[in-house]
Design a protein. Structure first.
Length: 166
């Protein structure tokens, strides 16, 4: 695969990370503003028809049980987590798309920490979505690392040319 294609993949993956970060920010804000009672009412409204039709529906029963166990503390944690996680990623995405040198290592560290947390959560939840997200994050990390090496090489070459011209 040529460098141009790899750079395009880098840009697309960073834009996808940015879109995901904006969704997290929006979700965190909505979660912070919505009461736990509203969440329970929504879960009741969504699951009631399915549970009337099939009282043993696995997904509907678990969704309703989760909403019933959703405390204010849990809601606040997820709101804070989504908003802070999203804001960090938005800042890193902006830095990467603008070619800021600090953004490459910062993104690698942040994604590495997110991966560690996702794998930790996976041991508790066994959610396949966490594995999919982790694999995507690993691909993005590889693309960031590749792009960082190229950008660093261009910066070093430019600096060497300046020194020889002086």
């Amino acid at each position: 695969m040529n460098e141009r294609r790899i750079h395009q993949l880098f840009e697309i993956s960073v834009l996808l990370k940015g879109a995901h970060a904006l969704i997290e920010c929006f979700g965190g804000i909505v979660l912070a503003l919505v009461s736990t009672e509203s969440i329970l009412r929504l879960a009741n409204r969504v699951t009631q028809p399915e549970l009337l039709n099939d009282p043993h529906d696995f997904i509907a029963a678990h969704l309703l049980a989760s909403a019933q166990d959703f405390s204010v503390g849990t809601k606040n944690f997820y709101a804070y987590y989504l908003l802070s996680h999203g804001l960090v990623k938005v800042l890193l995405v902006i830095g990467l798309l603008r070619g800021k040198m600090w953004a490459y290592p910062a993104s690698l560290v942040a994604l590495g920490l997110f991966i560690v947390y996702q794998l930790y959560r996976f041991t508790d939840t066994h959610g396949i979505g966490l594995i999919v997200l982790t694999v995507f994050d690993l691909v993005v990390m590889a693309l960031i690392w590749h792009e960082y090496r190229i950008v660093r090489q261009h910066v070093a070459t430019r600096q060497a040319r300046r020194r020889t011209q002086e």
